[in-house]
Design a protein around this ligand. Structure first.
Ligand SMILES: C[S@@+](CC[C@H](N)C(=O)[O-])C[C@H]1O[C@@H](n2cnc3c(N)ncnc32)[C@H](O)[C@@H]1O
Length: 257
């Protein structure tokens, strides 16, 4: 079988190998478009070991610049109790942009599963969730955010728009794509097996895997949503065949719309 970034997704789903750590530059490139949104918000990173997560790092570094009210990150353990990290705004320190905020670490009673009652309580208090969730639980993850009416900016695979749980959300304007998409490299644990393609080990010995069709999903009203698309194709039935089992026509490329 030829391996590509997309096959890495199938492997993730089958074996639940969900440890793909996001690069800081990927986060910065997307979140620069949402800068004004974060003022006075409570941000929750609910799939993020603060020791590894660049989501935690991004929000800690930019806590005052973004004007955050609170940042919470929970770490997941499969079989034992976990912990959370929190930064809470202290009004006397607003404006000191070079100041790195202190955090508080608190043990959790449960294992930090985003579906646990403890994490759901944190979710209820949060305004927005920003992370790269486990690929194997993407459907459940998005549905929980929709159920609790939360704003989100999360990384996923573009193919997720075809899932029966996700497509209706896109069609009903309950979520849409963010700015950046493409094939991106993620750090993976040492225990991950080597691959012939979409795999590398850097000079420090760190393993990396490349995932294909990665994109951002959000329900925050971004400028991109309001840009008009220039459409220049005409509808010709032979060029746009109709699906047998679905009332839709096939348009292979965005530029063919
Ligand atoms: C794709 S990785 C991304 C990690 C981190 N958010 C980042 O972007 O670097 C998904 C993470 O979710 C964690 N995870 C797996 N199942 C989870 C669950 N049920 N609840 C919370 N986190 C979970 C995994 O341990 C893994 O670290």
């Amino acid at each position: 079988m030829v391996e590509n970034g997309n096959n890495n997704l199938h492997v993730s789903r089958a074996k639940k190998t969900d440890e793909f750590y996001t690069e800081l530059s990927l986060i910065e490139d997307e979140l620069k478009h949402y800068r004004d949104y974060f003022q006075d918000k409570i941000v929750f990173c609910n799939c993020d070991d603060p020791a590894y997560s660049n989501f935690w790092r991004y929000f800690q570094l930019n806590f005052y610049k973004l004007g955050l009210k609170k940042l919470v990150s929970t770490h997941y353990e499969s079989t034992k109790k976990s912990y959370k990290l929190e930064i809470i705004r202290q009004n006397d320190k607003i404006g000191q942009l070079s100041f790195m905020p202190d955090y508080v670490q608190t043990p959790l009673e449960q294992n930090g599963d985003f579906r646990s009652s403890e994490c759901i309580e944190i979710l209820k208090e949060a305004d927005v969730v920003v992370t790269n969730p486990p690929f194997s639980l993407f459907r459940e993850y998005i549905n929980q955010l929709i159920e609790y009416k939360k704003k989100f900016i999360v990384i996923g695979n573009q193919n997720a728009v075809t899932y029966k749980e996700i497509l209706p959300l896109v069609m009903e304007n309950k979520m849409w794509l963010g700015y950046k998409s493409g094939h991106f490299w993620f750090r993976v644990p040492d225990s991950y097996e080597e691959k012939k393609t979409d795999f590398k080990i850097d000079e420090t010995g760190q393993k990396w895997r490349r995932m294909g069709n990665i994109c951002w999903f959000t329900n925050i009203d971004i400028e991109k949503r309001h840009e008009n698309m220039t459409l220049f194709r005409n509808y010709i039935p032979e060029k746009y065949p109709k699906y047998d089992n679905y009332n839709a026509i096939r348009v292979v490329l965005v530029c063919n719309i």
